[in-house]
Structure formats: C-alpha cells, structure tokens
Design a protein around this ligand. Structure first.
Ligand code: ADP
Length: 815
C-alpha cells in the first residue's frame, strides 16, 4: 500500500490477524482505533471520531481502559489489546507492537470489571444425538462437562435461560447460532473451527492440569476434546497456558438432582436477568464472602439426592443454628475474607496486582481464627479441619510485600526492604536525595558565603542552585547558568548534575527491579494456587452452612425428615412470598404411595401457583441441606423437580404458547420417574377448552399410571376433578373462597374438594369492571352453562373407559 505512514502499515498488518475483534492499538498514553473499528467505538462509547491523515480514528486514555472495555464488551464485541513491546524512547524506528490479550465477556479477570457472581460461559458441541456441553467460569476456574440428551429447542432454551455471558459454538452445530441470535442478539457467541477439537487432546489436558495421566477422568473421548477446546480457546485469548482450572464435574452427576433451566426460572431459585422479584437465593443469602455467595447459588441449583449426605449437611446446619455466638463470630471473621478464589486465578495467570496480594495476606491471617472457632464445635470440627491454612504463604507475603502496597508497581512501594540489596540501595538513594541536596546546599552556602543560595528541583528542569538576582553576580565560576527568573538565577554544578543522573538511573532501576521481583514472586507463589482454591472451597462451605443456619433460625424453618413412602407437610409456607404479604396463610400437603396425584382447582389469584411452587421450593431447600418453611415436613427425596408453570412470554421466540407448553410437557412425560416431583400449572390452556381438557386428562392418566411421580396439577378445568371418581391415585383440593355480600374473598387456604366455579367474573369485578358488564357476563355464563348440559357431561366422563397405559418400550431419556 502506498501513502500510508509506517505506523498505519503496522496497524493494518496486525489488524489482518484480528479481523473479528476491535483492535485497541497502544499509542503513547492512548489506545487508538482506526477505520471501521473507530466508527464502531466512537458510537458505542460516545467519543469523538477524529481524523488522522484522512483515516477515521478514535482513542481512549490507557488508564481508563477498564471502564471503556466493559462497555465495548457489553455491546457484543471482542477486543484485541495491542501493546507497545518496547520503550518508545529507546526504540529504533517504529515501536514494536504486539497483541497481548483478547478479551471477550467470558474472559474478564480484572477485579473491577467483575461482580461477585459467577460468570459462566459455555461451549456446545454435538456427537451422535447428544450435545456435549462445557460450562466454565474463567475467573474462578470452575468447569462442568457433560453430554446431554436434548433436542434443539431444549438446547436453545437451556442456553437462553442459563444466563451465560458467552456461548462458544463448535463448527458442528453452527446452525444454532442463528437461533440464539434471533432470541437474544446481545448474547456474545463465537464459532470454533474444527482444529480446536483435535486428536492430541490428551497431552494438552495433562499439561494444563499438571497430571501424568488423565485416564482416571471418567469422560468420553469426545467430551475430553471439548474440554481441550475450552482450554485452547482460553490459551489463545490469554496468550498463555491455563493452569487454574479445576477438574470438571458432570452436570447430571447422579449425586445431584438435575434442575433444568425452566424449573430454576419458574421457581425463582437464583437471580437471573428475567426474574424481577426476589429469589430463593436472596431469601437465604446470609453469606459474607464472594466464594460463599457463589457456592450458595450453586448449592441451590444442585440439590443432593443421597440421604446420608443431605442428613450430614442438615446436622451441620442444625449444630450451627444452635450456636448463636459461633455464628456471630464466624460472621465477623468471614466479612474480612476477600475473593481469594479469583485472586488465585489471577496469580495463576500472572495478572495479580499488589492489592490482590495484600488482600490475600489479610484473608490468610484471619483463617487461623476461623479454624479455632470451628474447633469449638463438635460437628464442624470433624468436617472442616485438615485444611492447609497457608500460613507459610502469608509469612512469605508479609516478608516480601509492603503492608499497604501502592497500586502501581515500580515506585518502590511494593517490595519490602531486605528482599533485594540492589533495590534497597537505589531506593535509599532516592529516599535520601533531599538529605544529600541539603548537605550540598549547606556546603555551597558556606563555601560561597551567599546567603540567598538554596537548592531546589522540579520535574522539568531537574536540580538547580538558586541565587537571588542581587547575589547572582558573585556566583563561583564553576556554576553554569541554567535559567533566569524575575528575581533570581538558577545554576547547575557538576556535582549536582551527577547526583541528578544518579537519581534518574535509580528511578529507572527501581521500576525495573521491582517489577521483576514482583513477577518472580507471583510465579513463585503460583504453586499455592491449588491450595488456595481448596481453602476457598472450605471457606465457601462454612459460609453457606452458616447462611442456611441463620436463615433457618430467622424464618423459623423446621428440619425436614425423609421418607420413602409419603410426603407430609404441616403448615407449609412459600419461602419467598411469605416475606412479601402481610399475612401468609400456611397450608398442609399430604400424598403417599397410593395417592400420588392432586388436582387443585380454584379461582385466579387465589394461591394455586404459590402452593405449587411452595412444594417445589421446600423439596429443593430440604435436599440442599437447609431447614424448610413449615411446622413439620416429612418428604420424599426426589430425583428431579419438573415444572410447567404459567404461560411464558414467547413473543420473542415466535413459538406459539401452546406449542411451548406441549414441548415442556413432553420433556416431563419422557423423563419424570416415580421419584420425581411434577408441578403442573394450567396445562392445556393455550388451546380451545375441549382440546385442552382432553390433553390434560390424558396427560394426567399417564402420569399417575406410568410415571407415578408425586404430582400437583393446578387447573381451571373442574372437569379434571372427575379423575378422582375413576382413579384411586387422584385426590382433589381446592382453594377456599369466602363468599360475602360484597363478592368473594380469597383466603389462600387449601382444602379438600372441588372449586365449583371459576370465579372469573368475580375477578373482573375485583379489578373494577363497571357493574353492568359484570352483570351481563353473569347472564352470558348462565346461558352457556346450562345445568342439564353440565350434568350430561359429568355423566359421560364418569362412563369414560379407564385407560390402562403401559410404560413405553426402550430406555427412558435420562437428561
Ligand atoms: P393463582 O395461581 O391461583 O392465580 P397465585 O398463587 O399466583 O394465584 O397467588 C396470587 C397472590 O396471592 C400471590 O401473589 C400472593 O400475593 C397471594 N397469595 C398466594 N398464596 C398465599 C398465601 N398462602 N398466603 C397469603 N397470600 C397468598
């Protein structure tokens, strides 16, 4: 190309390799962008678009990079950071520049760009009929890996509902990108080409995990290739080896109840952008550390299935709950623990700051106190001790790093005295410079007898001897004039000149040596990363147990007991709703091996959904190891909780609500078992009444005959309550309604029986409809619901032949 400056040529050469990224090109104190990139960022960041030799250009000051980066990433762009690789003042010709890092929403590691929550990304690949999915948080090193039996719609649903910050899509499933974008065009996606999934995965994984063999990892070859692709992707964006990842866990680990994203959303278990109000997580959150917060959220979406393990957690929670002083003391100490999990990731990536290291030291110095506290409790003692308290690491930091290090490395305020003789020497020189100057001043004063003589220094002119105008003519001959001011003259001497040079050299040396020592120190302590992560996990455990204990006490929860035969809850409450209504009406629940299916009827807004969700939340809390909102709770241990609740807003996906409903239902029919809890709210409403009733009827029969899951089916269709007359598995419940002279009052109380009216017109009245319309509606209803008609319908349904479903052949889908 002709007519281009060498620098623009260099820019274009580099940009050639990073076409998919916004290239931030370091130019002195700025990161500049050119051409298309400049137009994009000037718009995204609302900064001025300028012109350099006719090319569009826009720049951001280097020190404000983090603030701007977040905005660029939030707008769905990938960023490549191109740095100056040599000191511009030393460079011969054009400064050498290289891209040192690629940043995407899922590869942020800087403390000030992260909040305390997990930032999960995923990678999706496909082998045969199964999707292989890796879910990982780069900032903490957590990773899940599994093959899931999903159809494409379920996969998209999973991706959209999970709250990922970025989605990597293998070349094999490229087509899903379009679908994701149709639903959420802000979600960052990226395609990974075939070479990411190469056959030399074994060696690479071994190297990343520092393991001699990976044969003991119980994953298929294709799953390991996906793990390898994740590591490769991160290495390419970070320009370094990834060593801080934990061993992957299975998503549908048989130990855990697998909650699908629809259920997590429907029950409001953890916060997500789509959930407006409070979630179960918010109610139970009395954690004090970032690790504890993340763990609490993880625990709630992966409840246990093993009774012994659940009891063990409950024992710990109970013991803490009864030890109020211990809780208070733990709270106090835990409040001072910083995010050492993420700090350890930054250590592994050589990106830790002096501030990080000081925070790590402060956190480590608190650990022994926590340990001492835990020792005082019988149960906790067995559970938590044997953790390396890492006091040797704390001592190392104490010895090496300033108590309050400066933010910047290179000012001599990070590495302590006594670590490097050379550093100390230069530092002493710079520190004593004022003393030396004073000595010279005194010496010169007495030598020359000039009373106005004084020595000063400033940034631009360096050192000088200043003498008043009146005395300046008597300055010794060896003084060289430097600068003339209104009232004085400034001079320099050889001695002063040399001292000044020494100072400049010292400052440069300090910068260099301190940086070197700090980097060496970080790489030296990177051998502790695994141990810090292990300790972080223990801290997170203590923190969430304590959180469960505090919540259980505060809200008067009861310890659940488990039964294989029945579910029996006395005075159960909805853990979230009970905090937002002035008076919450508690309700009982009872099902056993014979009676497995409740048909729940009642008017709109009477509390059906609340009752349904309450049951799901109580089970999830219990199996997470928390006490539950009830006076008594005897529960089955469920393998899954399935929900089909309400009409989701599907305008964005373009799918009809009824189709969505049926898709969710089909998942449940394919996957629920005798051990599952199935919560159905208004299935069949998306179509005509008769259609809907018929589908709902057939679904119900299938559930209690074949699946035998513990089920609540809330419905408007009172016709469904006839199931109870035909099948022994079914019982009917209704929400009690009090009819007064002024209309109906909803009491939110669940009782035996069938709701005899849908009260739709009453709800319209409550909503403030003009009374004439209310009256007219009643008239229309009277015509539609001819008494003889209804009686005939009931007769016909009672005579419907009993259906005997058989379990379908073949393996049930296990997702
Ligand atoms: P439905 O599913 O019957 O339409 P919801 O379960 O959504 O009704 O309940 C409607 C509202 O009634 C809730 O938002 C809550 O404010 C209140 N509510 C529900 N159940 C109870 C209860 N047990 N005690 C007190 N208020 C309740």
């Amino acid at each position: 190309m002709t007519g281009l400056t060498p620098m623009i040529k260099q820019y274009l050469d580099i940009k050639e390799n990073y076409k998919d990224s916004i290239l931030l090109f370091r130019l002195g104190d700025f990161y500049e962008t050119f051409f298309e990139d400049a137009k994009i960022i000037s718009e995204v960041l609302q900064i001025v678009l300028t012109n350099r030799n006719g090319h569009p250009m826009a720049g951001i000051p280097y020190h404000a990079l983090d603030n701007y980066l977040k905005k660029i990433l939030d707008n769905g762009y990938k960023v490549a950071i191109c740095e100056q690789m040599e000191d511009p003042s030393q460079a011969k010709g054009i400064v050498r520049r290289e891209v040192t890092r690629i940043i995407t929403p899922g590869t942020i590691i800087e403390d000030n760009m992260l909040d305390e929550y997990n930032k999960f990304s995923c990678l999706i690949d496909k082998k045969d009929d199964k999707y292989i999915i890796a879910i990982f948080d780069f900032s903490t090193g957590e990773i899940y890996l599994d093959s899931l039996d999903l159809n494409e719609n379920e996969l998209i649903d999973f991706i959209i509902n999970y709250g990922f910050v970025q989605v990597l899509i293998s070349f094999r499933v490229e087509n899903i990108n379009k679908k994701i974008k149709e639903i959420s065009n802000r979600l960052y996606t990226e395609k990974l080409d075939e070479w990411y999934f190469s056959s030399d995965y074994k060696n690479h994984i071994k190297e990343s995990y520092d393991m001699l063999s990976i044969d003991h990892l119980e994953y298929t070859k294709d799953e390991l290739k996906v793990l390898d692709a994740v590591l490769k992707y991160l290495e390419i964006t970070q320009f370094q080896k990834i060593k801080h990842f934990k061993i992957p866990k299975r998503l549908k680990n048989l130990e855990y109840m697998f909650l699908d994203s629809t259920t997590i959303y429907n029950l409001g278990i953890v916060p997500s952008p789509d959930i407006k109000g409070k979630t179960l997580y918010d109610v139970l959150k009395y954690t004090k550390t970032p690790m504890g917060n993340r763990k609490l959220s993880d625990i709630l979406i992966r409840p246990l299935k093993d009774r012994k393990k659940i009891e063990r957690r409950l024992n710990i929670v109970e013991s803490l709950k009864n030890d109020e002083i211990l809780i208070r003391e733990l709270d106090e100490y835990l409040s001072s623990i910083r995010d050492i999990e993420r700090i350890s990731s930054r250590i592994a990536l050589q990106k830790a700051t002096p501030k990080d290291i000081a925070a790590l030291r402060d956190s480590l110095s608190i650990i022994p106190f926590i340990d001492d506290l835990l020792k005082t409790n019988k149960i906790l003692k067995d559970y938590f001790l044997n953790v390396d308290l890492l006091q040797d690491l704390k001592d190392m930091i104490e010895k090496t790093i300033f108590d309050e290090p400066s933010l910047e490395i290179g000012k001599g305020e990070v590495i302590k005295q006594g670590i490097s003789e050379e550093l100390d020497e230069y530092r002493n020189l710079t520190k004593d410079i004022d003393k030396y100057l004073k000595e010279i001043e005194n010496k010169e004063k007495s030598k020359t007898g000039l009373t106005s003589l004084k020595i000063g220094r400033n940034k631009v002119y360096g050192f000088y001897i200043e003498i008043s105008k009146a005395q300046a003519k008597n300055a010794p001959i060896e003084y060289t004039r430097k600068q003339t001011l209104t009232n004085s003259e400034r001079f320099i001497t050889k001695e002063l000149n040399e001292l000044e040079k020494k100072l400049i050299i010292s400052e440069e040396k300090i910068k260099k040596i301190e940086k070197e020592i700090f980097e060496k120190f970080i790489s030296n302590i990177s051998r502790y990363v695994k141990k810090i992560k292990h300790l972080s996990e223990k801290i997170a455990d203590v923190d969430y147990f304590k959180s469960f204990a505090i919540a259980s006490k505060k809200y008067n929860y009861v310890r659940p007991i488990f039964s294989d035969e029945k579910t029996h809850i006395k005075s159960g409450r909805h853990p979230i709703v009970e905090n937002f209504v002035s008076e919450f009406t508690s309700n009982d629940f009872s099902l056993d091996l014979e009676k497995t299916f409740i048909v729940l009827t009642g008017p709109n807004m009477s509390g059906k959904s609340t009752y349904l969700r309450q049951m799901g939340l109580i089970s999830i809390m219990a199996q997470s190891g928390c006490f539950v909102p009830a006076d008594y709770a005897e529960l089955k241990i469920h393998d899954r909780v399935f929900t089909r609740i309400g009409a989701k807003d599907d305008i964005i996906t373009g799918k009809s609500t009824f189709l969505m409903e049926m898709m969710e239902m089909s998942t449940i029919l394919n996957q629920a078992t005798e051990k599952s809890l199935v919560l159905l709210d208004e299935v069949g409403r998306g179509t005509s009444t008769l259609d809907g009733i018929s589908v709902a009827w057939a679904i119900s029969e299938y559930i209690f005959q074949v699946l035998k899951s513990t089920t609540i089916f809330a419905t408007h269709y009172t016709e469904l309550t006839l199931l109870c007359d035909i099948y022994p598995e079914v019982i009917t419940k209704r929400v009690k309604v009090m009819e007064t002279n002024n209309g109906v009052v909803f009491l939110h109380k669940i009782e035996d029986g069938v709701s005899d009216n849908s009260y739709g017109i009453e709800v319209a009245r409550l909503a403030g409809f003009p009374s004439e319309i209310v009256e007219r509606s009643k008239e229309v209803l009277g015509k539609l619901t001819d008494k003889v008609d209804i009686e005939n319908k009931i007769k016909r349904m009672r005579n419907i032949s009993k259906k005997k479903y058989k379990r379908p052949e073949g393996q049930l889908k296990m997702f």
